[in-house]
Design a protein around this ligand. Structure first.
Ligand SMILES: Cc1cc2nc3c(=O)[nH]c(=O)nc-3n(C[C@H](O)[C@H](O)[C@H](O)COP(=O)(O)OP(=O)(O)OC[C@H]3O[C@@H](n4cnc5c(N)ncnc54)[C@H](O)[C@@H]3O)c2cc1C
Length: 589
């Protein structure tokens, strides 16, 4: 970090004074006319970038459009007394080094790990007074096998082998998240020296290949084939296959029969929480508490964060130098470096003066399809859902399955496929795919005593309805009622327990969170510019064809010289920490 810090400081002409000293003398909250760096947007990734920059001695300000920080990782009390992770709700892909280097625990981050983590109740006639079956999965393999054996003994035997197979793939891919992406363009168009240098970026890929070894062709299939095909090779029972298949389609306008859905099966085993591979958990206080912890770490080192400050434009001089930003209220803030946490569309089509971007690149951003099929419904209830397949205790206390991702309309892969097909015709699914979570079952700070917050992630809902119609209040409510009817079938009494609800269709997600198309993962519309969404690592957002991070600044030996678009900082340490692309100058300095 030290070498990197020096490089960045030199590049930006920033003061070598220790950041903690500067933090003390800064008046936080008061807008200054100039900063070393400006970050557009206080989503958790923008906050992480700001925190690291400041630790390197780069005096950084963050400007957020909304009244609250966090972007899609936010907690909002939409219904009095009930705190919702209003968009994103489960944490896993937080890179462990960010957790420790930004001292997030010290800054208040508390996690609730979930075990068991997945519950799929069946809708079946109960014969002889028996409750319907359900599939409960957790970290205890023997218990998982017992659960699966209810549906297929063969699958129960295959499951540990499948998990080991996927674990190996996750193990191979995990280090790639922390390495600089391979710059294919430099390979194709760079000088011989540049190409040779680029070879070093292939090392992590080579290492991943070594881990996968002779099984590489089978793993290649996971990354490219339809999830249903991958799962059919392992299992025969539908409840297990459909439960696993939800991981392959979650947040995405795709279905398990579409090629490429297989690789998202990895989400099941990727990630890491408190050293446990594949664990997904709740953040105490909701997802906004994660953003708050990052912000606290950042401000402790001197970052200034401003809310209700929309950036309207990045200013670039006639010579192509970035000069800062203009806020919507007309104020100008000077800065030699601007990083954007906003979407690629906002960053490159709205904020950046178009004359500094190659036409071909602008065309590619314009064509990005980030339309999401997700409608998120946040619900306040006055008692826990009581599932036919796992009845509540008389006192209604949380049971193990309440802490899980509860998969509804998921007992058969064809159900998922049918839900997808409905949406292709511009109709919200008749039986939507539902992932229901009750974070208050582990975190009582979220709701009044005895009450709960229920997070309902549903798909498929087209961004634009059949006939080009936009969503209106009636359609929004009709869809939510349909989702509630589905839940009621699995857990009678649910509808009667509802105290309030917040319905966010794709256009609502776009409006509230500034996510074009309502995107919930950068893998939509059949195209694949994907990296795990909440990875909290800058590299994961600089995928080769869609740089969501924008660096507009002066060329400097420490940051690398550039010619045209897309060259990265040359200095290894800088590149590792601040993976950003340089745009804005056409001539070599
Ligand atoms: C409904 C939903 C559920 C999800 N669930 C999960 C989940 O459970 N787990 C998971 O890992 N991922 C989940 N995701 C994905 C994840 O939340 C996002 O990928 C992640 O939050 C993106 O973070 P970010 O910081 O990169 O961007 P964002 O969170 O989008 O932050 C960008 C910020 O920039 C601000 N901004 C935009 N334009 C301007 C401007 N001109 N001026 C100033 N500020 C501006 C925005 O207001 C916003 O605060 C979910 C996403 C959605 C939509």
């Amino acid at each position: 970090m030290t070498t990197c810090g020096r490089g960045l400081r030199r590049a930006l002409g920033a003061s070598p004074r220790p950041t903690w000293r500067r933090a003390l003398s800064d008046t936080r909250g008061r807008l200054k006319p100039e900063y070393d760096a400006v970050v557009v947007g206080a989503g958790h990734n923008g906050l992480v970038a700001a925190a690291y920059l400041q630790r390197f001695g780069v005096n950084t300000a963050v400007f957020e459009r909304r009244h609250v920080i966090g972007g899609a990782a936010v907690t909002e009390e939409i219904i009095p007394g009930f705190k919702f992770s209003r968009a994103s709700y489960l944490l896993s892909l937080l890179r462990p080094q960010i957790y420790s280097e930004l001292e997030l625990k010290k800054h208040g981050l508390r996690l609730h790990l979930r075990n068991p983590y997945s519950f799929t109740p069946m809708l079946e006639e109960s014969a002889g007074g028996k409750v319907p079956r359900s599939l409960l999965l957790g970290t205890d393999m023997a218990e998982n096998q017992k659960q699966i054996a209810q549906f297929s003994r063969k699958d129960a035997q295959a499951f540990p082998k499948y998990e080991a197979f996927m674990d190996r793939l996750a193990l191979a891919i995990d280090p790639l998240l922390d390495s600089a992406p391979v710059d294919l363009e430099a390979f194709q168009r760079g000088s011989l020296l540049q190409r040779l240098k680029m070879l070093s970026t292939l090392k992590p890929l080579w290492q991943a290949g070594c881990i996968l070894g002779a099984q590489l062709p089978r793993y290649h299939q996971v990354l490219t084939a339809p999830a249903a095909k991958v799962l059919d090779q392992w299992f025969e029972s539908e409840p297990l296959k459909a439960t696993l298949a939800t991981d392959a389609v979650i947040g995405t306008m795709t279905d398990p029969y579409i090629p490429g859905s297989g690789y998202v099966l990895l989400h099941h085993v990727m990630g890491n929480l408190e050293g446990i591979r594949g664990a997904w958990g709740y953040v105490q206080g909701g997802m906004g508490a994660l953003s708050d912890a990052i912000a606290s770490s950042a401000t402790a080192h001197g970052v200034s964060i401003f809310t209700k400050k929309t950036v309207a434009k990045v200013q670039v001089s006639s010579g192509g130098r970035v000069q800062g930003v203009v806020l919507q209220d007309g104020s100008e803030v000077r800065s030699k470096v601007v990083l954007s946490n906003a979407s690629p569309q906002i960053t490159f089509l709205k904020l950046t003066p178009q004359e500094w971007l190659p036409e071909e690149f602008v065309a590619r951003i314009t064509q990005l399809d980030t339309k999401s099929p997700v409608t998120k419904i946040n619900v306040a209830v006055n008692r826990l859902p009581d599932f036919l397949a796992a009845p509540n205790t008389p006192r209604g206390q949380p049971l193990p399955h309440h802490q899980c991702s509860i998969h509804l309309n998921c007992e058969d892969t064809l159900l998922v496929h049918q839900a997808f097909e409905d949406a292709l015709d511009g109709l919200p699914s008749k039986r939507p795919l539902i992932e229901l979570c009750i974070p208050s079952s582990l975190d009582p700070t979220l709701a009044p005593p005895g009450c709960h917050v229920v997070s309902i992630f549903t798909q498929y809902t087209p961004y634009t309805l059949a006939g080009g119609k936009a969503w209106d209040e009636q359609q929004r409510n009709a869809y939510a009622d349909r989702v509630f009817d589905c839940i009621e079938a699995y857990a009678p009494g649910f509808k009667g327990s509802v105290v309030g609800r917040d319905i966010l269709t794709p256009p609502d997600l776009e409006r509230v969170f500034g996510l074009p198309g309502g995107v919930s993962s950068y893998r939509t519309g059949g195209s694949r510019h994907s990296f795990p969404s909440l990875s909290l690592h800058l590299h994961s957002l600089t995928c080769p064809d869609v740089p969501t991070w924008l660096y507009l600044g002066p060329p400097h030996p420490a940051l690398g010289r550039k010619r045209g678009q897309g060259q990265r900082p040359q200095q290894r340490e800088d590149r590792d920490r601040v993976s950003c692309r340089q745009w804005g100058r056409r001539e070599e300095m």
